[in-house]
Design a protein. Structure first.
Length: 645
């Protein structure tokens, strides 16, 4: 009977293109990718041997050597054809994140291995007894009675793969589940077609189709590969963490954050930063040198090495080598680079119990870890209150918003010429039920990152405006209350309307409010900021520039904004005795005075500091020398007592 090999040829061409695309897309790292490549190679070889065992009998002479040659082609076909499904099962274990269980569970290995060993036994025993198949003197292939046992083993393996997928259904998406499952029924269809219509060699083609689907929808590089570094990406990292912790597996990972990554990126440029990231990833893979360790690029100079291995000594050695690698000199296109980094060794669930804790730690590692350029073990610091606060700050902020745990404090501002307190700055405090008072320097940056700053800002505006409405500022000797606006608030399109609505609702004169804005190095829409500030100023609200002198103040912008007051940052006080600082202060005050700006100096703690800035020409003073920030009741009492003196 003449058999049609066209289907096999189509399969080989498709598999060759598929294999080439994998290497072009750099999908060659990681256990899943390695097993997928191995699966394609095995199916490709089975197609080659299928063609040879069918085509060569038509071309070879009827000799003993030809008969042996055809036997070899058939043996190789049976081996590769029947190995494809066992390898596919291993691929399923890897994709579903169950590889670690397969390595540890003897029963899983036995259930997988028994049919594989049985198939190999049948193939080997066919050499002396010819019960599986026979090649006649005319080079014809004749099926034997043992082929039924081969089919039983194949059904066993197919059923095993279906059970594996069903058991691990929750570990993968619905789309991936059905695409992975599709290989089984399509394979069965191919076997049945070839069983009843032997001339149509479609078995290999029926295996090729699911492999294409897997390449398109399961092994999508944009989902798991970071194209700039060539490593697994942050999404793959999150999926792996979530999947393994949900399955209650132990994880170890080494996380590294380059502190001055922005400087490195600006120094190297777009092309060289890609080379730099690839250089780091290659270095980390070389250090690991084991398929059971995965390297992830987390973005913005962050990297992680993750493993399910439970060999602490081995993992610590890799961590130490990683530390030495990052601490060394790196040459990128003749540019030598050294940088600072923070690094931590983490165990789950011992150190971090769940997915949210891991994600919070990754987000807050820069503030959670103090030491630089050294290996920190999370188990040694995880019980400290500072770490607990840093790692749970987003939850703490949301809890504060929900249960009204924010409080407003007020720090009086002294008018040098009037020799009395004339205003106060409203300062927010967070009083957590578990950790007590948490510094604004901790929760404000976190709120700006998470976006909670908008809710906090709304609370501050309404709370302070209602305080002004409830208390007669004139009786307390106050002209106005200063309220800080974050950069995030300043770029809200409806900021001016929101504030004016609050003032109208509480019947507060706009002149009783002084809004403080801060210069920033962030890339923001300054046009929106200027529109908001101008609108608020035109409605009678006073505007101040806070933290002047922190390094980002723009003189041109000061001339453009309707600023009534410039607040000099406390760094002027802290560095007063440094060479040249008094000259800088004198010139700064002189310049601002010529621009008709009033000047406030923050952070004054001693009489000597107060006396210097008074003589330098400052108009207002704020700091612990006069008063620390006070609660509402204490502030009112302070102002009343100061009026009586």
């Amino acid at each position: 009977m003449v058999r049609i090999i066209t289907f096999d040829i189509c399969s080989l061409l498709t598999l060759a293109i598929l294999l080439l695309s994998i290497f072009l897309r750099k999908l060659t790292r990681g256990k899943s990718n390695v097993l997928y490549i191995l699966l394609i190679v095995i199916v490709f070889l089975s197609g080659v041997f299928d063609i040879l065992r069918v085509y060569m009998p038509l071309r070879l002479p009827y000799t003993r050597n030809s008969q042996i040659q055809i036997y070899v082609y058939n043996y190789l076909y049976f081996i590769t054809r029947n190995l494809s499904t066992p390898v596919y099962i291993l691929f399923i274990f890897s994709v579903c994140g169950m590889w670690h269980e397969f390595n540890k569970d003897v029963l899983l290995k036995i259930t997988w291995g028994v049919p594989v060993i049985a198939i190999i036994f049948l193939i080997v025993m066919n050499i002396p007894v010819h019960k599986l198949f026979v090649i006649t003197e005319n080079l014809e292939y004749v099926r034997g009675p043992w082929l039924m046992y081969m089919r039983i083993c194949a059904v066993w393996i197919l059923a095993y793969s279906v059970i594996c997928l069903l058991f691990n259904r929750q570990m993968i998406s619905r789309q991936k589940f059905f695409l992975l499952l599709s290989l089984c029924p399509i394979n069965v269809i191919g076997v049945l077609i070839q069983q009843y219509w032997p001339k149509y060699l479609v078995e290999i083609l029926c295996t090729t189709f699911p492999l294409i689907f897997i390449s398109i929808a399961v092994q999508k590089p944009e989902e798991i590969i970071d194209m700039t570094s060539g490593s697994l990406n942050f999404q793959a990292y999150k999926d792996e963490i979530k999947r393994n912790l949900a399955a209650k597996r132990k994880l170890h990972f080494i996380i590294v954050k380059i502190i001055d990554y922005d400087i490195i990126r600006n120094t190297l440029g777009k092309e060289n930063i890609t080379i730099f990231l690839s250089h780091v990833v290659r270095g980390l893979y070389t250090i690991c040198n084991n398929d059971e360790y995965d390297v992830y690029y987390l973005g913005n100079g962050g990297f992680s090495i993750l493993t399910l291995r439970d060999n602490s000594e081995e993992i610590e050695q890799i961590a130490l080598k990683t530390r030495n690698f990052f601490a060394g000199k790196h040459e990128i296109n003749n540019i030598n680079i050294m940088f600072d980094f923070k690094m931590c060794f983490v165990r789950c669930p011992e150190d971090l119990k769940d997915y949210d804790a891991v994600m919070n730690f990754d987000k807050n590692i820069m503030s959670s870890i103090i030491a630089k350029n050294t290996l920190v073990y999370l188990k040694e610091i995880s019980n400290s209150s500072d770490f607990q606060i840093s790692n749970q700050i987003d939850r703490i902020i949301q809890q504060a918003i929900k249960y009204n745990q924010f409080e407003m404090y007020f720090q009086p501002v002294y008018d040098i010429k009037a020799r009395q307190f004339v205003s106060a700055e409203a300062l927010i405090r967070l009083n957590n039920s578990e950790y007590g008072f948490i510094s604004p320097s901790v929760f404000i940056p976190a709120a700006e990152k998470s976006g909670a700053i908008h809710e906090i800002g709304d609370f501050v505006l309404e709370d302070v405006i209602s305080f002004v409405a409830e208390n007669n500022l004139d009786e307390l000797g106050l002209k106005y209350i200063e309220i800080n606006l974050s950069v995030s608030q300043c770029i809200e399109n409806n900021l001016s309307e929101k504030i004016m609505d609050l003032l109208t609702r509480y019947k507060v004169n706009p002149e009783k409010i002084n809004l403080e804005i801060t210069e920033t190095s962030q890339e923001v829409n300054y046009n929106v900021i200027e529109q908001n500030i101008t609108s608020l100023s035109q409605n009678g609200i006073l505007i101040s520039l806070d933290d002047y002198g922190t390094g980002y103040s723009n003189i041109l912008r000061i001339t453009r904004l309707p600023l009534d007051l410039i607040k000099l940052d406390k760094s002027f006080v802290d560095e007063l005795e440094k060479p040249g600082m008094k000259t800088v202060i004198n010139e700064t005050v002189s310049m601002l005075k010529k621009m008709n700006k009033q000047i406030l100096i923050e952070g004054v703690e001693t009489y000597e500091d107060f006396d210097y800035f008074r003589n330098a020409g400052c108009d207002f003073v704020q700091g612990f020398y006069f008063s620390k920030p006070l609660s509402k009741a204490d502030f009112i009492e302070f102002m009343r007592s100061s009026r009586d003196e």
